[in-house]
Design a protein around this ligand. Structure first.
Ligand SMILES: Cc1cc2nc3c(=O)[nH]c(=O)nc-3n(C[C@H](O)[C@H](O)[C@H](O)COP(=O)(O)O)c2cc1C
Length: 194
């Protein structure tokens, strides 16, 4: 399955003439009451096109007792993979931040905010960048996470940290295939698991 996703992705990239250098129930609105993880009230904010990042976000929310908010586009991305990669590339190249269906929730009352994105064209999806770039994360702790097929995990996690410069950052997490054991290990390591 992973190989198929990777192959499809690499084909998509090569079709578009770009080389890939290696280094490394849909929800809207905040769900449920804010729950304390023990280290402060926690929110998981994520965007997902294909469902993998959603899966990871839900696992993080489950393990931490966090609220969860899905960043959704007002105008949905194409469901066809190649078309979606083309639209995403245009957004990246032209600096377009797609409008959100529901505006980002207030961060009042949250101390820890997990922010997650799929890797899209070497970095965080532009819709995620647009959703967080003007928010003042002073006094908050941000924990970046991402999912990816093969490349640019670290750059994407670094981008999320860069977009939230006033926050304190904890060790981020990126995976090609979310599994509960390693997610729990990471959350325990950063001291946020319930
Ligand atoms: C527009 C687009 C661009 C992508 N760019 C990359 C990339 O640069 N590196 C990578 O490893 N995977 C890339 N992928 C694959 C996704 O990051 C990967 O499948 C991810 O887990 C999808 O998360 P989602 O199911 O939550 O949307 C891309 C996928 C799409 C649709």
């Amino acid at each position: 399955m992973m190989k198929r996703i990777l192959l499809t992705f690499l084909c998509g990239l090569s079709l578009m003439g770009t080389a890939c250098a290696q280094n490394g129930k849909s929800k809207s609105g905040v769900q449920g009451a804010a729950v304390s993880s023990g280290k402060g009230k926690t929110l998981v904010v994520y965007f997902s096109w294909g469902g993998t990042t959603k899966h990871l976000a839900e696992m993080i929310a489950f393990e931490t007792g966090a609220d969860i908010f899905s960043i959704e586009p007002a105008d949905p991305y194409p469901t066809a993979y190649t078309l979606c990669t083309e639209v995403a590339k245009e957004e990246l190249d032209k600096g377009i931040y797609r409008a959100l269906k529901t505006k980002m929730p207030s961060l009042d009352g949250y101390d820890i905010i997990f922010i997650g994105s799929p890797v899209w064209w070497h970095t965080a999806a532009m819709i995620v960048q647009g959703a967080v770039k003007d928010i003042d994360f002073s006094g908050k702790t941000v924990v970046p996470f991402c999912t990816y097929a093969a490349t640019y995990r670290d750059e994407t996690l670094a981008k999320i940290a860069e977009l939230t410069p006033r926050a304190k950052h904890l060790k981020s997490y990126g995976t090609t295939s979310p599994d509960s054991a390693s997610i729990r290990r990471w959350l325990l390591e950063i001291g946020i698991a319930k």
